[in-house]
Each structure stands twice: as structure tokens, then as C-alpha cells.
Design a protein around this ligand. Structure first.
Ligand SMILES: Nc1ncnc2c1ncn2[C@@H]1O[C@H](COP(=O)(O)OP(=O)(O)OP(=O)(O)O)[C@@H](O)[C@H]1O
Ligand SMILES: [Mg+2]
Length: 474
């Protein structure tokens, strides 16, 4: 009993001592699960994450043994809840079929031959680990059954507690759940886009088709394994600005419950960096490259890296020496071949379900190699607002199913190209006095205006063409 009166620190020490003593009588075995396994520090080990999730749950259940906990906010569906995990140096005991297993959260100590700099680096990187110890006679039980059980449970907890994230490569690194800076190429924010397929206006048939496609992909693990394909799928979304390409990506992520990795190609400095970025993406994610035609020079041959060089090489009398120059001028960017490699080679090497999405406003500019099936399996055209899409928006924005102005709108939409974005904007009530009638009237007005503008433009073009013709004739 006087144990309890001892300061906590001594208490812990004595517990540790007694365990050591016991180890002489019945030896303990230990297993270490490190945050970063293998040689590189590229990926966090899956096992570590699973153990962490398992222990988080365990500490919530029985906070008994653990006195120092780290709290971090849980997923935002419940803003008041905190997720508790063990502090460094804390131990928690778990009982599995009569065997007691104790988990110690710790950070790997620097080894003696480490230089100071290396030691500092490893501290900064926080080489954390979990060490579990158990009695030798429980060896088979723990290794054969308990550990797989922990991983399974941990995975389940992770899925349940998953906070969807939006990653970008614009500034590398971010704080992870334990407030430790991890120097990754990706930084993330919590992904909370409200768009779902329910609020995305497009042809209902097309929408259903896409959702079915996503469903088939998600549940297609066996299929992909059987036919020997990597579990991935490429989407190409193309269409004019404001037709909902980015919105569609958000809807897809919400539908599948995947993370989104948004690659800004212009801030990737080389093909190697692109590979690195890719390796750091996790399973169950959507990798997005927006406006692929703007961020990549697609006009050159697969080996050329940018336009400047192209013209310089052409000036050389057609002798191209891209290979050597690329490294020199420092401006070398990601090349088409780099992106192709990224899609095929590397991609297939990383297991797990991934979707890659390209968006573009100019599908005709893209290199056929980039968008052939197998790379971009599904091409989806996002087009101007049709009547079906309009009806959908009217229902979502104004909650009307039918209205006498619908016929006018239908006729006008056939003649005028208006993006869903513009239609949605017109259907948004601008003030307290606005209702469905005034919003629809405003839309009709906007459509008529757009029609006149288009007509005037056409006329001006024709006139210009005629004048040109006259000049040429002279
Ligand atoms: N089909 C749609 N259904 C509902 N809302 C839409 C749709 N298309 C566009 N919008 C609305 O219009 C806005 C712009 O759409 P979005 O950013 O998806 O366009 P985009 O196709 O990605 O354009 P860009 O080519 O310029 O990137 C969004 O805020 C979205 O709410
Ligand atoms: Mg967009």
C-alpha cells in the first residue's frame, strides 16, 4: 500500500525493477515495432500505425496503468472528443487469453557511435517505437495470434477513426497526430469538402455510371489480382472551366472515403521528386493532377523537357542533346516521360487501391500516350449545363421540381453554353426578398443576355472574316 504514497517517478522505477527481477526467473521476450522500419525513412511503417491505433483504443478502455497521456483532437464529427495515446516512456499492460503482454512507448536511443549531428537528427525525427514484452512461454501465442490480432484491431480502429485529408506538395512537411514535425514532401489539411454526388449536377445516367465504376473499383481487389493488374484506375476529367471537374473529384473522395493527394506539378522540380511524392502516398487515395496541359509541356517529344530547350535545339540545326543539358540549366521540370513512368512503372510497384485523376480544359492538347486506356481508363467529359443538370440544380438550390419558366430555360440552354457554375450562381438567392420565381427569372435574363452576347460575337467574327477576305482579294 505504501507504494501509492511514493512519488510517481519512484513508483515507475520500482515497477520496472521488479519486472527486471522477474525476467531472471522467467525470461521476457521483446518485440519492437518501430515507426520507420527498413533502411529508408520514407514511409511510416504500417505495423506501427496499427499498433498505435490499437493502443489508443486500449488506453481509452482502461486508462488504469497509464498516467501520462497525449491528447489529440478526434475526427471532427465529434468536436469535443479527444483521442488519448501513451506518452513516451509509458507502459500499458494488455491481457490476451491469460497471457499478460506489456507495451512500452519509447523512442530509440541514439547508439554510441552516432555522431552528434546524427543523434540530433534522429531526435528531431522522433524515431518512436513500441516495445512489447511477454513471457517466453507465451511466445507462440503472442507471435502467432496476439500480434495479428493487434494489427487487425488496429486497422479496424483506423478505418473507424479515419480523418480524411487533403495533401498538397506545395510546402513539405506537417505536424502529425502527435504534434511531431515530420519532414514529408506532403503537407495536409483535413479534407472537408461538402460536395457529394447528391449535389453534383450532371446527367443522371452519366453520374450513375461513374458511381458504379467507383463501386466496382473499390470492391475489385480479387478481380485486379486475378487478371494481374495493379489495383488502380485512371480518370481523365475534361471540359471547359466551371463545369465541375474539381467538384467531381471532391465528390469522388467523399463517396469512396479516400484521401486526396493534390500534386502541383509546377512545384515539383524533377522526375525524381515526382517519384518520391508518389511513394509517400498511402493506399485508399486519389492522386490528382489538375490542369495537366498547363503544368506540363506536352508539345515536345517524350524526351524533351521544355520548350526553351526545344527552340534552342532547333537552332542548333536539329541536334538535340537534352540528356546532358537537362541537368545543367537547373530549370528542368517534370517531363512527359516522367509522368508516364509515374503512372505505369512506379504505380504498379506500390500496392493498394489508388485512383489517379487528371483534369484538363483542353483534352485535344494532350499527348495520346498520356491518356490511352490503361493509363487513363475512364474519360469523363464535363460539359455545359444541360436541362437535366439544370433541373437538378433547381431542386438543390431552390427546392422546385417544376415551374412555368422551366420551358424557357430548357429552350435557352439548348442555344447557349452556360456552365453549371454560372447556372448555380444565378440560382443562388442574393437577398432576403428573393425566392424561386425571382431567381429563375434572373437565370432566364442571364441566359438571354449570354445568347445576345454570343450572337454579337459571332457577327463580329463574321464581319472580321469578310473584311479579311476583302483585303486578301485586293
Ligand atoms: N456540375 C455541377 N454541379 C454543382 N455545382 C457545380 C457544378 N459545376 C460547377 N459547380 C459549381 O461551380 C464552381 C466551380 O466548379 P469547379 O471548380 O468544379 O469547376 P472546374 O471544372 O474545376 O473548373 P476549372 O477547369 O476552372 O478548374 C464550384 O463552386 C461548384 O460548386
Ligand atoms: Mg478545377
Amino acid at each position: 500500500l505504501h507504494h501509492l504514497q511514493l512519488p510517481h517517478f519512484l513508483c515507475r522505477q520500482s515497477r520496472r525493477l521488479s519486472r527486471r527481477l522477474a525476467a531472471f526467473l522467467d525470461p521476457y521476450l521483446t518485440v519492437t515495432v518501430a515507426e520507420h522500419d527498413g533502411g529508408g525513412r520514407i514511409r511510416r511503417s504500417e505495423a506501427y500505425k496499427e499498433v498505435q491505433a490499437y493502443l489508443q483504443r486500449a488506453t481509452m478502455d482502461a486508462t488504469g496503468g497509464v498516467r501520462h497521456l497525449t491528447a489529440s483532437p478526434a475526427r471532427d464529427s465529434d468536436p469535443d472528443r479527444l483521442v488519448l495515446s501513451m506518452d513516451k516512456g509509458e507502459e500499458v499492460a494488455d491481457v490476451f487469453r491469460g497471457a499478460t503482454i506489456s507495451w512500452l512507448a519509447s523512442a530509440s536511443p541514439p547508439t554510441d557511435d552516432d555522431s552528434l549531428a546524427r543523434r540530433a537528427a534522429s531526435r528531431a525525427a522522433g524515431r518512436r517505437l513500441y516495445r512489447l514484452s511477454f513471457l517466453e512461454r507465451h511466445r507462440d501465442l503472442v507471435l502467432g495470434e496476439y500480434l495479428p490480432y493487434v494489427r487487425r484491431e488496429g486497422r479496424a480502429a483506423m478505418v473507424k477513426d479515419r480523418q480524411r485529408k487533403l495533401f498538397t506538395n506545395i510546402s513539405g512537411g506537417s505536424y502529425d497526430s502527435d504534434e511531431i514535425w515530420s519532414a514529408s514532401s506532403w503537407s495536409h489539411v483535413v479534407f472537408e469538402h461538402p460536395k457529394t454526388f447528391e449535389t453534383l449536377a450532371m446527367d443522371p445516367g452519366k453520374k450513375k455510371e461513374i458511381m458504379a465504376d467507383l463501386d466496382a473499383f473499390r470492391s475489385g481487389k480479387e478481380y485486379y489480382a486475378r487478371v494481374g493488374k495493379a489495383w488502380k484506375r485512371g480518370y481523365l476529367l475534361y471540359g471547359p472551366p466551371g463545369t465541375g471537374k474539381s467538384t467531381m473529384i471532391a465528390a469522388m473522395a467523399n463517396y469512396l472515403d479516400y484521401d486526396v493527394y493534390d500534386i502541383e506539378l509546377t512545384s515539383v522540380s524533377s522526375n525524381t521528386d515526382l517519384c518520391k511524392l508518389f511513394i509517400e502516398t498511402t493506399s485508399k487515395s486519389i492522386v490528382v493532377i489538375e490542369d495537366i496541359d498547363c503544368s506540363l509541356d506536352l508539345t515536345g517529344k517524350r524526351t524533351t523537357s521544355n520548350k526553351k530547350k526545344d527552340t534552342a535545339a532547333a537552332g542548333d540545326g536539329g541536334h538535340r542533346k537534352d540528356g546532358d543539358r537537362k541537368e545543367d540549366d537547373g530549370s528542368s521540370k517534370v517531363t512527359l516521360s516522367g509522368v508516364l513512368n509515374f503512372i505505369d512503372g512506379l504505380w504498379s510497384a506500390c500496392g493498394g487501391e489508388r485512383i489517379i485523376v487528371f483534369t484538363t480544359n483542353h483534352v485535344e492538347k494532350l499527348d495520346p500516350a498520356l491518356i490511352r486506356r490503361g493509363r487513363m481508363d475512364k474519360h469523363v467529359e464535363m460539359s455545359y449545363c444541360g436541362f437535366e443538370a439544370f433541373r437538378f440544380l433547381a431542386k438543390v438550390y431552390l427546392d422546385v421540381d417544376a415551374h412555368h419558366l422551366f420551358d424557357d430555360v430548357a429552350a435557352l440552354l439548348k442555344e447557349v453554353d452556360m456552365t453549371p457554375a454560372d447556372v448555380a450562381e444565378n440560382l443562388t438567392p442574393k437577398g432576403p426578398g428573393e425566392d424561386a420565381d425571382s431567381c429563375l427569372a434572373a437565370l432566364v435574363e442571364a441566359l438571354e443576355e449570354a445568347k445576345e452576347k454570343a450572337l454579337a460575337k459571332k457577327k463580329a467574327k463574321e464581319e472580321a472574316a469578310n473584311e479579311d477576305g476583302d483585303v486578301d482579294d485586293d
